[in-house]
Design a protein around this ligand. Sequence first.
Ligand code: SF4
Ligand code: MSK
Length: 672
Amino acid sequence: MAKKSNGRTPQEQTIDIASQEMLIRANELGYGTAFSRADDMKACPIGADNLCCKICSMGPCRIVKDGQTGVCGATADTIQARNFIRMVAAGAAAHSDHGRDMAFTLKETANGETQGYIIRDVAKLRNLAAGYDIPIEGRSPNEIANDLADLYIAQFGQQNGTVVSTSRAPKTRQEVWKKLGVLPRGVDREVVECLHRTHIGDDQDAEHILDHALRTAIGDGWGGSLIATDVSDILFGSPAPILGEANLGVLKDDYVNVIVHGHEPTLSNMIVAASQSPDMIEYAREAGAEGINISGICCTANEILMRQGIPAAGNFLQQELAIMTGAVESMVVDVQCIMQAIVGMAEHFHTEIITTSKKVKIKGATHIEFDERKALDIAKQILRSAVDNYKNRGETQIPDHRSPVIPGFSHEYINYALGGSYRSSFRPLNDAVMSGRIRGLVGIVGCNNPREQHDAMHIRIAEELLKQDVLIVETGCSSIASAKQGLLTGEAGLDQVGPGLREICETIGIPPVLHMGSCVDNSRILTVLAQVVEEGGLGEDISEIPVVGLAPEWMSEKAISIATYVVASGVYTIMSGTAPVAENPRVKDSSIILDLLSNGWEEKVGAKLEFMNEVDEIVNAVLEHIDKKRAELGLPEYNPEAFGKSGDDRMLKLEELSLADRRQAIYGVPVA
Ligand code: SF4
Ligand code: MSK
């Protein structure tokens, strides 16, 4: 475990200054981290291209030269397509199982079987239910929620028909899917079929395999993930802007620090509530602390940051680094993106790792199983154990770095922000794109990967696009990267953005990068795009909007599923870092899969999936695509000179002038 990195310097490993401080400490103490392990472990070149197969015991087979096949005769493109769809299946399963659990929690809450949960967003519940023809008039929220939960639970095991929430995509998009035969029947059914098709001796046509990848991913984005987001909003409230902070400096020396890490909002929200209860505060004070300080890592951080303003301690690659501060009493984890290495790191300190999901145990961690029926009791049990551990704390080193952040731009809030409750609408957004003040829209999502410089791609791409008047929405670890760099506050980012985008941000009062939640909340981006289409003026389908999806530092199978459903929805998408399938110059057939994912999918669903590694190359591809879509819509060519002469900026400049000059500037002619 204790190992010094043989590779990059901390400054080369991450651009985040707080993380650099912790990596210097890791090197001094001789502790290994994901960064040093990535430096020390050379990736297998055949696996990196996804040109190996171990689906049956006639293999494992490795394709390393032209014309070579597996023992069964499987060609390079078949093997790569099978590996790709299995990643989609795993990613869709993770998101959707989360969605299923949320739907069961809604059902139990509606029937009074949970402890501490209530239906918080009755308006969203009623809107959604009405959209699915569930009667709402004269019925209590619990009655409506019970029916909506039943409908949602049924979508997972449904055998025939269509996953009901796909009806929230634009009609034109639904037609594309229907024609192609990729409307998902049931979320689970499509995942199971991925595994069946890729068993030895089944589907051996790469294009046909990838068609099913689209179907499975649509079942994730417009099914399981959308259900997870809907239910989280109903139970915990739809996010709206709120002030928070991000980075390791949110940990507090004189408080009991508890970090929640993973993805599900159910336990983390209850831990936040319990930490604010007088009995728990008193318990912490009796132990000599000022109170209990909750913060988050990864998407659990996003869930409580965007709803309650609870600070984010960091993103994916900071989970070990947070423990290295020596100030964390407990790290409470649920599902997804939890590195086994945190248990080993915690052994050097006093931190207790607590697993809570029925599905996740880690050897060496304490397991306190979460049960929604006793949610508050379990949350308090976990906090008491953290307080009891406070006395074991040794020397601490908390980096003094944290940035303010304004998260919470749900689809519903954007609607409200643009038109108020009287006339909520996406019209101003569409108009801003049509006029060219906003050149186009980009979603930057996804993870960190220690094989890249931590946070660097997310930030460099975002900074370049903001200068080009591109409005950015972000989720997951990408949004935490931007939060740490101060891009998610109103004023801080505005001196870095183009003139047209700046006018819009100043007028509406929004940051140029909008935080839209956790990685399961990429479904929010889908519904935003559906509403942009519905509002009119930017095409009849999502594929006509000047929009691009980016996953710069992806690492998880969920990211592959996300990229696939974003493309299936009609959005050109670029992933960078390690490509899940790559071309090997010695294996001619290995180019087939890349062509199917780009040109093949463009023909089928109107959007490509591509892989690029250089910031300039990515930014140019994004702008080229946005400008192409603008031209196809007949919109004016992007011209930054045309804007930036109205709004606050102009007024501020006017104030600097003498009265005569001010009149000249306003009226355009000298005025006595
Ligand atoms: Fe090899 Fe074919 Fe078996 Fe894969 S399925 S391991 S290619 S024999
Ligand atoms: S947590 S999937 S590292 S975004 Fe959602 Fe971050 Fe990627 Fe996990």
